[in-house]
Design a protein around this ligand. Structure first.
Ligand SMILES: [Zn+2]
Length: 144
């Protein structure tokens, strides 16, 4: 099942499966919460198929890589994480951020010891917190 919501059109921001339904209104399709929950699960399970666990690199998504020096929080909003899930883009910075948030003092060790279940648990918590707890507030109209 898909839900739609209407939003005023900003021509610069036509994104996630959106289409123009009136001169200045955009209809955005987005999955219902359970469907999206399954997508998150599938995304996290990509880790099982990876030969090695990705480590952070300067080529990672900048929204996930760059952090505010005062707060330590990533500079990007949460909405762009949807794109990572859609594209199956499971990268090192995202893994690192979720391990840090899960409270691991030495996240590199978790990766080095190949503790995939711990990483998957941390990722699930990280993504659920950002994308499922405030599901109705997600801005689905995202391009990058
Ligand atoms: Zn990102």
């Amino acid at each position: 099942m898909r839900k739609t919501k209407k939003q005023m059109l900003n021509p610069m921001e036509i994104g996630f499966k959106s289409r123009i339904i009136a001169a200045n209104t955009l209809q955005i399709e987005y999955p219902d919460k359970n469907e999206f929950k399954r997508k998150i699960k599938g995304f996290i399970n990509l880790l099982d198929k990876m030969k090695t666990i990705p480590v952070p690199s300067g080529g990672d998504c900048w929204y996930c890589l760059m952090k505010d020096s005062k707060t330590g929080q990533t500079i990007g909003g949460n909405g762009h994480l949807i794109e990572h899930i859609k594209e199956g883009y499971l990268h090192g910075s995202l893994i690192l951020n979720s391990l840090i948030e899960a409270g691991y003092n030495n996240p590199g060790l978790i990766v080095h010891m190949n503790l995939r279940d711990s990483i998957k648990r941390a990722l699930r918590r990280y993504l659920n917190k950002r994308l499922l707890t405030e599901y109705d507030k997600i801005d689905w109209n995202i391009q990058d």
